[in-house]
Design a protein around this ligand. Sequence first.
Ligand SMILES: [Zn+2]
Length: 379
Amino acid sequence: MVVLIICFLVFFFGFAPSMVEKSLNPVINKPPYRVSERAAVLHEKLLVADMHADALLWNRDLLERSEISQVDVPKLLEGNVSLQAFTVVTKSPRGLNIERNTDETDNIFWLALAQRQPLENLSSLTKRAVYQAGKLKEYSEKSGGKLVLIKTKTDLKNFLERRKTEKIVGGFLGIEGAHALDGKLENLDVLFDAGFRMMSPSHFFDNDMGGSAHGTAKYGLTDKGKELIRRMEARGMLVDVAHASAAAIDDVLAIAAKPVVVSHTGVRGTCDNQRNLSDEQLRKIAKTGGIVGIGFWDTAVCGESAQDIAGAIRYAANIIGADHVALGSDFDGSVKVPFDTSGEALITEALLNENFTDEEITKIMGGNVIRILSENLPD
Ligand SMILES: [Zn+2]
């Protein structure tokens, strides 16, 4: 019996976390990735930005190349990615059902336990978020200037200046779901101080701030949720409506005074499901001056190739213009993707195939994200 228990513990704490990561985040086509000369030349000139990756959830050093990751710093540099949003998941239900979930199960509890995170993380979602933010800060500090944490307009400006001559990557922090506040609006200050600059009201289940597209009741914003939006805007945090219920998206759009973003999504025009945006939602989001990050996984674009991703981008751009469309891969977010981030040039090539101009591609691949951040981050 004792031997059995020891075997279980060795497996649970030793091997389970990386096995889980490997099984949840497959890459369909492995590098090296090849693109046309034309795409390669254009891609090298771009400032590429991605609005969503959950890499901090996993137990590995982002400064090292991993065999199982979709995102790490060496791959970002190889893919010529300048800016990566590191988005944090604090609680997710078993099964991640796209139609309907309750908040009764908590996968991240087990992951936090298996990763031997501080005990306080087991009972507090705010602590789980702050812990993951701390990891990014640590990586940044020991990166020798290669990974730059971006929290303010000045940080971004300085980063872009350095980026002209140096191969470096910037990271900014986001959160999936305001349950990360542990029910207390005051905790927004804690999250802000930890560096978070983007957050969605909900993730896979309805919470006390608002309904989820994958919840049971799918209600709109609660009064607390409305107060949250006001406080986020006042602090210079981007409001992200990814995963929000249709009612919650409407409620956010009704009160938003600043651009609203969708960090990772698909569009119903090319992929009709619960999770993806209607043409009308696209128009309303663009009207706030916001941007929509198109995801790289199958239920976002109903396909498993760079061309399918570019097809969704083309559809969205036809409706709202190239100024409002961006990338939101969801790398390392428990999704199967066609390539890892070192293959980002495949998107540039696919956008050329969709007959976008170089100027439009420059905006879609990163220019729009940089514009939104430089106008909306705190000073
Ligand atoms: Zn997500």
